[in-house]
Design a protein around this ligand. Structure first.
Ligand code: CS2
Length: 480
């Protein structure tokens, strides 16, 4: 696939309806993984198709060259396939240039400093913010942070890049870009603002004041299930296109994007593609993290332990499906719902999205980086329920599932490839003190939960039950 072969696509397949060569670059995106290409880039594609050429995307990877290497020979074009009973493909042209940050940090900083760039957006996963998951503070001792403070012109971390470019804009008298975090963190705009303000202050006080007072970081809630693309996906999509696409992305038809409308330099009219611009994202975000992502993580840990490869596989077990629903019901009383929301209908739609058999979303993929995900997905709800004097049995079983998972052996006795930034520490604790000692890790559980006997009791009871019965039977016996 390339710009010149686009005309050969079968008729029903959407493709860029605008002149890609005439686009300005209004957005630099950090973290050009499948999620960005299936979500924000697709929303932006609709804006470009509607005739606003200001929002081409320069997309950078902070680590691997894979995406750049695959997409550059395709003129940065790729297809998005939405899978349900009927698969639908679309070729997206919104990304016009790809960078690999470690190859040339200065080139990425220069791209972010361009006055035409109004927004720097991010999908870099929770761990890339170099923040303590429990407190939200910048990890000042993190080796990447220390490296970037010592080498401000050749950073490696997300805060390092953002602040390097903001410093250059400040020096050149160019207004700061808006930082648009699209990761599943609570109050994600505020979260990134907190770490970059602190990082900038550590570089110097003036820069710190500038970032704190002048840089806008709207909150967002992003949603679309996007499993990692497989070899089989590539072959199927290429066959449907009649052209070889070496780097397509696969997603579900559903997508949601709720954005705090605060963009001093302007923004694409993402409403065209169905985005919701609001003053307060928090109710949407809490509902999504505590219903969707919480049950996703629970199904991932427990399903993986029991031998289920995908979320849809786990949902075929009636016990797991009913447990996911109970977990959602337990979170509901902790939510301040967005006006007009039918939360039962929302929960039902989540369960049916999880059942989508065409999406092979691996439990292993979702179980990754649990230490970064637990606080906002499970622990926040547990805190609220405890404060309301309610039981926390379902959530405790999900946490116990994580503990067994990071202990590194599934229920069939097979070793688990645990991926987590804290993996070494977690493995050491499991080996020396046993998995339930994990609940003393302050970077995950804070100081309040480990000190609460109700929390300790609920998690250790759940862990015992899980060990004794296995995940499939433990869920049957767990309810709040
Ligand atoms: C998943 C999310 O991998 C994970 O942790 O829970 O990526 C989930 O698929 C998205 O947030 C859905 O919008």
């Amino acid at each position: 696939m390339s710009q010149v072969t686009l005309g050969q696509l079968p008729e029903g397949i959407a493709r860029p309806g605008y002149d890609r060569a005439a686009l300005a670059t209004g957005i630099v995106h950090l973290g050009v993984g499948a999620f960005h290409r299936a979500h924000q880039a697709a929303y932006t594609e609709a804006v470009l198709n509607a005739g606003d050429p200001r929002w081409g995307i320069t997309a950078a990877s902070l680590r691997s060259a894979d995406t750049r290497d695959a997409l550059t020979p395709q003129d940065a074009l790729y297809s998005l396939e939405l899978r349900s009973e009927q698969d639908r493909q679309q070729v997206i042209g919104a990304i016009t240039r790809l960078l690999v940050a470690p190859e040339n940090p200065a080139a990425l900083i220069a791209a972010m400093t361009d006055p035409a760039v109004k927004i720097v957006s991010l999908t870099v996963t929770e761990k890339a913010y170099c923040r303590d998951a429990a407190s939200g503070d910048l990890l000042e001792g993190d080796p990447l942070v220390r490296h970037d403070l010592a080498n401000p012109a050749a950073p490696r971390s997300v805060p390092g890049y953002l602040v390097a470019a903001l410093a250059q804009r400040r020096q050149a008298g160019i207004a700061p870009f808006t930082v648009l975090c699209c990761d599943n963190l609570p109050s994600n705009g505020r979260a990134v603002h907190q770490v970059i303000s602190r990082f900038a202050t550590m570089r110097n006080a003036g820069l710190g004041d500038f970032v704190r007072n002048e840089v806008t970081c709207p909150d967002t809630m992003v949603d679309r299930i996007v499993p990692a693309t497989t070899v089989a996906d590539r072959a199927r999509v290429s066959a449907a296109l009649g052209l070889q696409d070496t780097w397509p992305v696969i997603g579900e038809p559903f997508a949601q994007w709720v954005i705090e409308d605060h963009f001093p330099l302007g923004r694409p009219e993402w409403e065209i593609a169905g985005a919701t611009l609001v003053r307060d994202v928090a109710p949407f975000e809490a509902m999504k993290l505590r219903l969707l992502n919480a049950s996703h993580s629970a199904l991932a840990f427990l399903g993986y332990l029991a031998g289920d490869e995908t979320v849809a596989d786990a949902m075929r077990d009636a016990g797991f499906a009913a447990f996911a629903e109970r977990l959602m019901r337990a979170a509901m009383p902790t939510l301040a719902l967005p006006t007009g929301t039918d939360v039962d209908a929302y929960a039902r739609s989540l369960l049916s999205r999880f059942r989508n058999p065409a999406l092979r979303h691996r439990t292993w993929q979702i179980a990754m980086d649990g230490s970064q995900k637990l606080p906002q997905r499970l622990l926040a709800t547990m805190r609220d329920r405890l404060a309301q004097g309610q039981t926390i049995a379902c959530h405790a079983l999900a946490v116990a599932g994580w503990m067994r998972y990071v202990a590194g052996t599934d229920e069939a006795g097979k070793p688990i490839d645990v991926r987590d930034p804290l993996v070494a520490e977690l493995a050491r604790i499991c080996a020396t003190s046993g998995p339930t000692a994990l609940l003393d890790v302050g970077a995950i559980f804070g100081t309040d939960l480990p000190a609460d006997p109700r929390f300790r009791a609920a998690v250790t009871t759940a862990f015992d039950r899980l060990t004794r019965l296995g995940a499939r039977r433990a869920v049957l016996e767990t309810a709040d």
